[in-house]
Design a protein around this ligand. Structure first.
Ligand code: GLA
Length: 378
């Protein structure tokens, strides 16, 4: 592949965003409401048709180059770096759409394993690019659904729809209230007054995330199978809290904890949206703290690193609240921090975190941006 690093030799470019979820964790696959924001951290694919039946992949930060034979895309599932692209080719073909040969240069600014959805950003940007190559118009929701299909059916992560929808459909300056049962979406101004969202990446090396995640999902399904015998709702997150309390004692103790998190996290999302709308950042911060405690004690997806990060942030006077964001077991936290105190916050949290776990976190002040964007790189 010639000039593969030279961005202006490509015909077009598509970016898709990483995301931070403000609140509503582990309830997307339970038919709940979630409140993510698309970030300016993103994956960009630079694409040019090459007239062959192959896709040549290159990256700005990895020296490997990998070629995918379009006809045999499903055989690249375990090829490091190429697996997400191969999964997208499979999902695209499954829709009956033509996949055209092309050269692709990927440039990802979402840190891998950060819990900020680098995989969704890769899938969404690449699927949007395949759509343009096939001469079709991009429908952001359709692309999100194809990316979700790529992740669940071909990568093997049994995730909900939140990350792909945030990555594709996010809007600058807005939090997205996504109803994961209906896929309808309301955009709420992400205005935190004198405060900003600070993301802290725990830099914890990832392990067994997929299997632990899939296990939580299975536990929720088992809990719902039981609960729906008593309450007539289509999904676990839609069980009212009082109906849940009436039957909680009948549930297996582990399933009771998982379901309790889901039911109350849903209530917190609804309240968080009202807080955003009326500018009550103080109460929003309290809800973030409660969400973290629930993910730690009931859903059990935080771990020592995320707890150390959230505890340090929550001990900082100019932080209204902090919680883990994303799937957990490592990844990042999100904190509502007074704008003028951000530097002091970073030092404070970093010192405490290093004392607890032995290495440093990274920080990003969230810049809330658009999901899919197409541009001409020449
Ligand atoms: C991961 C998944 C999402 C969602 C979150 C937890 O990011 O990809 O679908 O379930 O975890 O809220």
């Amino acid at each position: 592949m010639k000039d593969f690093l030279q961005k202006d030799t490509y015909a077009f470019a598509v970016s898709a965003a990483g995301r931070v979820n403000l609140i509503g964790e582990h309830i997307d696959y339970n038919g709940g409401l979630v409140l993510p924001c698309a970030l300016s951290l993103k994956n960009t694919v630079y694409v040019r048709p090459n007239g062959t039946d192959k896709i040549n992949l290159a990256w700005t930060d990895i020296s490997d180059k990998i070629t995918i034979d379009i006809a045999r895309a499903d055989s690249y599932k375990d090829v490091k770096y190429a697996n997400y692209y191969a999964a997208c080719v499979c999902a695209f073909k499954e829709k009956g759409l033509p996949v055209l040969g092309c050269d692709v240069l990927s440039d990802c600014t979402v840190p891998f394993g950060s819990g900020l959805s680098s995989s969704a950003a890769i899938e969404v940007s690449f699927l949007a690019a395949l759509t343009l190559l096939a001469g079709q118009k991009i429908d952001n929701k359709e692309v999100a659904l194809m990316a979700w299909r790529a992740e669940t059916a071909f990568v093997g992560m049994n995730c909900g729809v939140m990350d792909q929808f945030a990555s594709a459909c996010g809007k600058k300056g807005k939090a997205m209230l996504l109803n994961c049962a209906t896929l309808s979406c309301e955009y709420v101004p992400a205005d935190f007054g004198d405060y900003v969202l600070v993301i802290a990446n725990s830099n914890k090396p990832h392990s067994l995330v997929v299997s632990k995640y899939n296990q939580r999902r299975a536990e929720c399904e088992a809990a719902f199978d039981f609960v729906k015998r008593f309450v007539d709702v289509p999904a676990l997150a839609l069980v009212p809290t009082d109906a849940f309390e009436a039957l909680a004692h009948l549930l297996d103790p582990v399933l009771e904890k998982r379901a309790r998190h889901v039911v109350y996290e849903m209530a917190r999302v609804k309240e968080a949206v009202q807080c955003l709308k009326r500018g009550d950042v103080k109460r929003l911060g309290e809800l973030l703290r409660a969400s973290h405690a629930s993910l730690r004690d009931l859903y059990e997806v935080t771990g020592a690193e995320l707890d150390a990060l959230a505890d340090a942030a929550n001990a900082f006077p100019a932080c209204l609240g902090s919680r883990m964001t994303g799937g957990g077991f490592g990844g990042s936290t999100v904190s509502v921090v007074k704008r003028e105190s951000v530097e002091e916050f970073k030092t404070f949290v970093s010192e405490r975190y290093q004392k607890a776990v032995g290495y440093a976190p990274d920080f990003y002040v969230a810049e809330i941006s658009d999901g899919i964007t197409v541009f001409d790189p020449t």
